[in-house]
Design a binder for this molecule. Structure first.
Ligand code: 6GU
Length: 248
């Protein structure tokens, strides 16, 4: 029997829908769409412009460099997407937004409304769109991109892999809650020796408990070394403290 899922709905509002073609049809994203876990609608904002030359931008009031996305087609696209999916939670991708974290992704993945991802280009979108329609503003980091599209892909991929029926999730989720907030331990596959570098002996031992402890210790050490900010936030277990002291 084929199982039928209720898909998570995402509408992507952009003037460059073709950027998403390969992304939503390839690998695990493609499979999630094929399997009906995700319903992604690409909405070309330009299709909603009332301008006879199909313009979607204009010069900024007050002068200055660059262009601003004009509110009319953006509003029309938001309304069309909202009506098509019966409501929606509008997320504007902008370097001025709150930083995207795993916690935010979990919130979006469990949202009971369709997500509407609004992607700006040029210098940005007219501020009145934010005031009237945007529920949330999200940035993916402290650097500047040419538009929100790549950030939208980051958000969608992050949400997709949290969906309950995404490739045998269920098992991996309890493991995740245990390690959330730590960096991963190092991974190895065959051959056992590569360019003179050997796989750590313990991984070849078949001793599952020792392997578990070694991996946990590597995760802790890596996090402390590379991301002291994360390590400080992490609640160590009694075993973690022993592993770090070299007592286990
Ligand atoms: Cl969401 N948009 C743009 N244009 N640049 C960014 C970003 C978003 N997040 C980080 N840089």
């Amino acid at each position: 029997m084929d199982v039928v899922y209720i898909p998570m709905k995402i509408a992507v509002l952009t003037i460059f829908p073709e950027i998403f073609d390969g992304f939503i049809s390839t690998s695990l994203m493609g499979k999630a769409v094929q399997d009906g876990l995700l319903d992604i609608q690409l909405v070309d904002i330009r299709n909603y412009t009332a301008d006879k030359h199909f313009k979607v931008d204009d010069v900024p009031y007050g002068g200055g460099a660059g262009m601003v996305m004009t509110p009319q087609p953006v509003e029309a696209a938001i309304k069309a997407a909202t009506e098509a999916s019966g409501g929606g939670y509008v997320i504007h991708l902008t370097p001025q937004g709150e930083l995207l974290t795993q916690k935010t992704l979990r919130e979006f993945a469990t949202m009971d409304k369709p997500l509407i991802l609004l992607n700006g280009r040029y210098e940005g979108i007219d501020e009145r769109i934010r005031e009237l329609y945007v529920h949330r503003e999200i940035s993916i980091g402290d650097y500047v991109l040419n538009g929100g599209e790549v950030a939208s892909m980051v958000l969608m991929e992050g949400v997709c892999r949290l969906l309950p029926n995404f490739m045998g999730n269920n098992e991996s989720i309890s493991d995740e809650s245990h390690t959330a907030g730590l960096l991963e331990y190092p991974h190895y596959t065959r051959p056992a020796e590569f360019n003179g570098l050997k796989v750590p002996e313990i991984l070849l031992s078949g001793h599952h408990e020792n392997i578990r402890k070694w991996r946990r210790k590597m995760s802790l050490l890596r996090t402390r070394e590379r991301r002291p900010d994360l390590f400080e936030q992490f609640s160590l277990t009694d075993e973690d403290r022993k592993l770090l002291k070299g007592l286990e």
